[in-house]
Write a protein that binds this ligand. Structure first.
Ligand SMILES: *[C@@H]1O[C@H](CO)[C@@H](O)[C@H](O)[C@H]1NC(C)=O
Ligand SMILES: *[C@@H]1O[C@H](CO)[C@@H](O)[C@H](O)[C@H]1NC(C)=O
Ligand SMILES: *[C@@H]1O[C@H](CO)[C@@H](O)[C@H](O)[C@H]1NC(C)=O
Length: 471
């Protein structure tokens, strides 16, 4: 019976599971090597070092053209914004060669402060330089380890060097371009936020809306859903390069997006100073959310994320009664339908003091909770790691109280399947299965029956947290 179940559930949402990260670990290793090649390739090491700001000053002085000085000043302040976006060796390279790249386990992005040509027919970015010719290929989506997924992301070729055939600019822009992809997991709110919206916020904020977005693998569904947020990041129309098919010139560009961590911003990372709180304020403004702090909500309200296919709560009615009993107003959301109108849904979540749910993309909505709210996650057997990394730790970074409700074997449907509490599947989830099989067992074949006594204690504590808190 168990084997049959594994087979059937294999079709289910192969990609939306965190296990894919574990699966991709060997590939991650290979990918890290690739980044290193880009960074340490000797032909790219700045042997011929140019100090851009000083060479510009010389140029200005010799030409004596007032107009030119204005342009140079603009370019110089733009240049300081580009420099903010890269660190370490990437920053040195940018200063020395006009192109600098940074990478980590999740993303790679390159910044150029030179006047670039972007040919949207071939997605080629030409960076003029007297450096030896160099070509870098980037798939601009912040999930570098997921090689399978990246196949759906159109590669961007960056040419650095002076011997590339010159093309005329068909359109000349006076603001920089940021190139990214809306391919990937569009439709899944966790991935949309984690890999596109937050990285885009990080990468474009320094430009204060004076930035031209080129969105590869253009998804109109994504655009419609996040229109209110995207309109705050750019004052210009978002380009679909596949439909435009021409040569555009920009005073600089960023290819790919910076990434600081799961649903997180780190003020110690480029562009420096942006916090998760800043992003949450951006969401409140974008979606017109009313509550900044949980103390502003008059009547404590819980939203329960109800899952209908996998990781179901079998005694949902019982736990709803418990929550009401403790004094909460309860909203139960069967997520898929309601969540497609993100503006409406964000307002609903924002008016709640507590969000309750099992591990899954629906918990991404913790982003919309007011400060001081509580997120209760049912931490299912075998998913401790994912529960913490994806939603638990990020909640803390948001100023949301995270309460982990650890599922005991008696509450998990896996106890029935494996028969005894001391079965290896329950005592050592990591060692019990291959990664693929483990994903099927713990993510897709596990439902829970919550212990109402223990759950009541959790909700009483949640109630005291949201009642005691003040601005
Ligand atoms: C570039 O030139 C400026 C002004 O001369 C100087 O302050 C700065 O240290 C130089 N930067 C590098 C990386 O050499
Ligand atoms: C291409 O982009 C330019 C500049 O944004 C715009 O003016 C032009 O209309 C676009 N062309 C097409 C075919 O979309
Ligand atoms: C933020 O970035 C700094 C600098 O890279 C790093 O030392 C620190 O651990 C990061 N913080 C978190 C919470 O990841």
């Amino acid at each position: 019976m168990y084997l049959m179940m594994v087979k059937d559930s294999r079709k289910l949402c192969f990609r939306v599971t965190p296990w894919i990260m574990l699966l991709a670990l060997p590939l991650l290793y290979v990918d890290l090597l690739r980044v290193h090649i880009i960074h340490f390739d000797s032909s790219f090491a700045g042997t011929h070092y140019i100090n851009l700001s000083s060479s510009e000053i010389i140029l200005t002085k010799t030409e004596h053209v007032a107009n030119k000085i204005v342009q140079e000043n603009e370019q110089e302040s733009l240049n300081s914004l580009f420099l903010k976006l890269v660190k370490g060796e990437g920053r040195q390279k940018l200063e020395a060669t006009g192109l600098g790249c940074n990478g980590n386990a999740d993303t790679i992005y390159c910044v150029t402060n030179r006047a670039v040509k972007i040919d949207t027919r071939t997605m080629t970015v030409t960076v003029p330089s007297n450096q030896p010719v160099k070509e870098i290929v980037i798939r601009p989506y912040a999930r570098k380890e997921d090689v399978k997924l990246l196949e759906s992301v159109t590669p961007v070729k960056i040419f650095l060097g002076n011997d590339t055939p010159s093309q005329d600019c068909e359109y000349t822009h006076d603001i920089p371009a940021v190139v990214f992809s809306s391919s990937g997991f569009v439709g899944n709110v966790f991935h949309e936020m984690n890999e596109i919206i937050i990285p885009l916020f990080i990468t474009t904020m320094p430009f204060k809306s004076r930035v031209f977005l080129i969105m590869e693998d253009y998804s109109t569904q994504f655009l419609r859903k996040y229109e209110n947020a995207l309109l705050r990041l750019t004052g210009y129309e978002i380009m679909n390069p596949a439909a435009n098919q021409s040569v555009h010139c920009f005073p600089g560009a960023v290819v790919g997006l910076d990434f600081h961590g799961m649903l997180a911003l780190n003020s110690s990372e480029p562009p420096y100073g942006l916090t998760t709180g800043d992003f949450r304020q951006f969401l409140r403004q974008s979606f017109n959310l009313k509550y900044r702090h949980v103390s502003e909500i008059k009547r404590p309200r819980v939203m329960l994320m109800s899952r209908r296919s996998t990781r179901r709560i079998i005694n949902e009615d019982e736990i709803v009664s418990v929550m009401k009993d403790v004094g909460f107003e309860v909203i139960v959301v069967a997520r898929a339908k309601v969540m497609s109108d993100i503006g409406l849904f964000a307002s609903m979540i924002n008016s709640c003091s507590v969000l309750v749910g099992a591990h899954g993309a629906g918990l991404t909505n913790e982003l919309f909770l007011p400060d001081g709210a509580v997120m209760v996650q049912f931490d299912l057997i075998g998913l401790e790691w994912a529960a913490a990394i994806y939603y638990g730790n990020p909640a803390r970074g948001m100023g949301v109280n995270y309460m982990r409700y650890k599922i005991e074997p008696e509450e998990s449907s896996l106890l029935k399947i494996f028969g005894r509490r001391d079965h290896i599947a329950l005592t050592d989830p990591k060692g019990a299965f291959s990664l693929q099989a483990g994903r099927e067992v713990y993510l897709n074949a596990q439902n829970v029956r919550i212990d109402v006594v223990r759950f009541r204690e959790t909700m009483v504590e949640a109630m005291s947290l949201v009642s005691d808190s003040s601005v």
